[in-house]
Design a protein. Sequence first.
Length: 119
Amino acid sequence: MFATAAGRFRAVAFAEAVSWIGLLVGMFFKYATDLGEAGVKIFGPVHGAVFVAYLVVTLLAAREYRWNKWTTFWALFCSIPPLFTLLFERWALRTGKLDPIGPAASDPESAQIGVPEPA
């Protein structure tokens, strides 16, 4: 999964969404209950690190798959609203933006993401 830019992008996009959920749950417990702020202290730094990783992996994928400026902008923008990284990842798969066929598919091993098996 981590052998290609698409695999790395997909994994980090999922991790970013999960860390968002953790942070939102932590914020709920901090502000809506008297259970303390342990969730925010744990998920705040985790989400921050995964957020930065998402930005880096997005820029690397944009360069490798030669995304235009608008695709790159939307990929980066989707890191801000909760869970939008998953929406962008699904859109990018559906539209072929994460398809390794083309300039990024120099390695036959990496051509398995987004490419159906031959019948």
